[in-house]
Design a protein around this ligand. Structure first.
Ligand code: AGP
Length: 360
């Protein structure tokens, strides 16, 4: 069944491998008979009626929210802010006149996010929960729910929920763009199908990614993840994944910001995982990689087909430039998995952590 590991050694490995099926399920759930994108019209009305979106989440779900902001602003033209729930609740920013709150939560039980929901409801604001668990607290208490359809996620380290969140947010933003007549529509279902194929290709390459771990992470105590624009956000997620299960100190950084301090930490053989999937900043991020390499870093360059250069460590298949996080993150999920495995850690139940954090 869905909640069993089957032939996999760990839930995390199973859930990484579940991602192509989850993508196909999402594509199926969010289209009508004519294969047009479909979202509950009431949700779209609420979105059209608001002047600003406030995305509230924690951890990996927060990282998915950062990608969602790109979709909402670039496709739907709706200003969007993304906030860490535990900060928002005690330091609420000045709100717009007609805010819509979007809670992103795999479990739907995260206390920090719920605390925000309770507060904004008191203020009379509208809310939408994007969750894997439709009957959860955040789903019941918000005005609307969008379901992730990723299937149960058991491993503490979130994998398929992150990609499902990004996919569902992309659908929501594209439907909003269509309904608002923005002229920014893409053939999203076709693009998500390409993403699914690309994820499958990476899963097939898992043994190659294990070699990357052998080469870069066997003895190190720290690691950096750099990127620009969307790749920066994926780097934050890659670093979190590595930290929580391998216990290697890791930091995600904007490529251009390194020289403003963090580059001082680069030593001989410090691993720096670098993403290059965005045309606009391809040369810039490669420049940043050279800067750290010149100081002794060992750069693991993960690029996208078409933007790749000789000597890159791993090249992901080409997908739509707004959807690259769905694919590149899978490389980082495997890197974290094998790093934890090689260190003999409890992959599915890392120390000090619970699957859902139900205390503030
Ligand atoms: C992810 O790997 C973490 N275990 C954690 O950051 C998680 O994403 C966070 O606690 C939020 O959980 P939620 O999506 O269930 O609200």
């Amino acid at each position: 069944s869905d909640t069993e590991k089957g032939t996999y050694d760990h839930y995390m490995l199973k859930e990484i491998n579940d991602q192509p099926a989850a993508m196909r399920k999402i594509i199926q759930e969010y289209q009508d008979e004519d294969e047009n994108l479909k979202i509950d019209p009431e949700i779209i009305d609420q979105l059209k009626d608001s002047d600003r979106l406030y995305v509230i989440a924690a951890g990996t779900s927060y990282h998915a929210g950062l990608i969602g902001k790109e979709f909402f602003e670039k496709w739907a033209g709706v200003p969007t802010e993304v906030h860490v729930a535990s900060e928002f609740v005690y330091n609420t920013p000045l709100l717009s006149e007609k805010p819509l709150f979007i809670f992103i939560s795999q479990s739907g039980e995260t206390a920090d996010s719920r605390a925000v929901l309770v507060e904004i409801k008191k203020l009379g604001h509208k809310s939408l929960t994007v969750t894997n668990v439709p009957g959860s607290t955040l789903s019941r208490e918000a005005d609307q729910t969008l379901t992730l359809h990723a299937g149960p996620e058991i491993a503490v380290a979130s994998t398929k929920a992150y990609t499902a969140q990004i996919a569902v947010l992309s659908i929501l933003a594209q439907v909003a763009a269509r309904e608002l007549g923005k002229g920014t529509e893409i053939n999203l279902m076709q693009e998500l199908a390409k993403v699914t194929t690309a994820i499958t290709a990476i899963i097939d390459d898992a043994p190659m990614i294990e070699q990357i771990v052998n080469e870069y992470l066997e003895t190190t105590r720290n690691a950096f993840f750099i990127g620009r624009t969307m790749d920066y956000y994926v780097g934050l997620e890659g670093a979190l994944k590595l930290k929580e299960i391998s216990y290697i100190q890791a930091e995600g950084f904007a490529g251009g910001e390194l020289k403003h301090g963090t580059i001082a930490l680069i030593e001989e053989n410090t691993p720096v995982f670098t993403l290059a999937t965005q045309d606009k900043v391809n040369l810039n991020i490669r420049g940043n990689a050279q800067e750290v390499e010149a100081r002794g870093a060992k750069v693991c360059m993960v690029s996208m087909e078409g933007l790749d250069q000789e000597g890159d460590t791993y090249v992901i298949p080409r997908v739509h430039e707004m959807l690259t996080p769905l694919v590149s993150v899978v490389v980082y999920q495997f890197i974290a998995y094998y790093a934890a495995l090689h260190r003999g850690n409890d992959v599915d139940k890392p120390r000090n952590l619970a699957k859902s954090v139900t205390v503030e």
